[in-house]
Design a protein around this ligand. Structure first.
Ligand SMILES: [Zn+2]
Ligand SMILES: [Zn+2]
Length: 216
């Protein structure tokens, strides 16, 4: 997003010209478009593979490259860009990528077994793009915590058909940030998770006094 810049005081992207903040929905749409385009390229690779135009080795290398750059873009989007990403968030992006590489290797050996139809290979290949949703959320959570944010909330997507796990992660009250689970992580909807995390940017001692009063 070259026309936007990250402001750690507001915890938001802002438009370079107008200085107005960019809505979270627009940031997520930006990632969605990236995911859709990447998914298209990945499915093309799978079609080339099933048509016999490329080898499994070429497919695996090309997929690894797509995954690496997509997860990096998604993670940086969550962190506020390459000037703001912490080494801890970088590490989390790397771990996420290694995990996905492991899934890709298992997938490749299933393809080698020769039991999967071409359509299924194409469909499963495309799923690798959606995995970037949780990479963005995880990097965001780590870097907000790094910037000193101590409370957050997590909401379910209104009106959505939730997976069995997501309602357990909902936190409608301000909750210590380390107890918040990143979106798309440890749940069945994973790649389709549309839960939302909100970060507390106000005065912490005022909040803690009011939370204390609520508890008492
Ligand atoms: Zn879920
Ligand atoms: Zn969810």
């Amino acid at each position: 997003m070259p026309e936007y810049y990250w402001d750690s005081r507001t915890g938001k992207y802002h438009d370079r010209k107008t200085k107005r903040f960019v809505k979270k929905a627009d940031v997520l749409n930006f990632l969605d478009r990236d995911i859709n385009k990447t998914q298209g390229r990945m499915e093309d690779l799978a079609r080339q593979l099933t048509n016999g135009r490329i080898s499994l080795g070429v497919f695996e290398n090309a997929m690894s490259e797509e995954m690496k750059s997509l997860h990096l873009r998604a993670g940086l989007l969550g962190s506020g860009g390459k000037n703001n990403v912490s080494s801890k968030a970088y590490g989390a992006i790397g771990n996420r990528l290694r995990e996905e590489y492991g899934f890709l290797r298992e997938f490749i050996s299933e393809i080698k077994d020769g039991q999967m139809t071409s359509d299924r290979i194409v469909w499963r290949t495309g799923l690798y793009a959606k995995a970037a949703i949780s990479t963005r959320s995880r990097a965001e959570l780590i870097d907000r915590q790094n910037q000193g944010i101590v409370y957050a909330k997590r909401f379910l997507e209104p009106g959505a058909n939730h997976c069995p796990s997501c309602p357990n992660y909902e936190r409608r009250q301000w909750t210590p940030i380390e107890e918040i689970v990143p979106v798309g992580y440890l749940c069945e909807c994973r790649r389709n998770c549309r839960c939302d995390i909100e970060y507390f940017l106000g005065n912490v001692s005022t909040l803690e006094r009011s939370l204390g009063a609520n508890i008492a």
